[in-house]
Design a protein around this ligand. Structure first.
Ligand SMILES: [Ca+2]
Ligand SMILES: [Ca+2]
Length: 131
């Protein structure tokens, strides 16, 4: 948890996060929150299929890398977006995996770059991992 609190403090201060700090987990900025100046967009998660409707943004202090470990995750999607996501675009070298239940349990779909239809995972996503 030390890594998470350090990252949060750095984000609040608007400071640069050391590139050598690679968290296993990190918090997203919920849609509507003020995004720190240093944040990069990791994914757009759309309310509707085919990249339509409002967007739930997942951001981080930096993008994903080339290794297969998880770079960022959202363990428990904010209530207003739980079971609502219908299409996804990933950015900053990331790919997305969607999970049916919180904390990466249940059915999953991924890792993928972009999906305009989510099939059985439509309106089911409760947590997200990015790598
Ligand atoms: Ca939806
Ligand atoms: Ca769910």
């Amino acid at each position: 948890m030390r890594t998470r609190s350090m990252l949060a403090a750095a984000a609040l201060a608007g400071g640069a996060v050391l590139a050598t700090v690679i968290p296993a987990q990190a918090e997203e900025a919920d849609a509507g929150e003020t995004v720190p100046a240093a944040a990069v967009v990791l994914s757009h998660n759309y309310r509707h299929a085919e990249y339509d409707g409002s967007i739930y943004y997942v951001t981080g202090s930096y993008g994903c890398d080339n290794s297969t470990d998880i770079d960022w995750s959202v363990g428990d999607i904010v209530n207003s977006w739980n079971d609502k996501i219908s299409s996804v675009k990933s950015f900053s070298k990331c790919t997305s995996m969607l999970h049916e239940n919180n904390y990466f349990r249940g059915a999953s779909l991924g890792f993928f770059k972009n999906r305009q239809h989510l099939g059985d995972m439509n309106d089911e996503t409760s947590s997200i991992r990015l790598r």
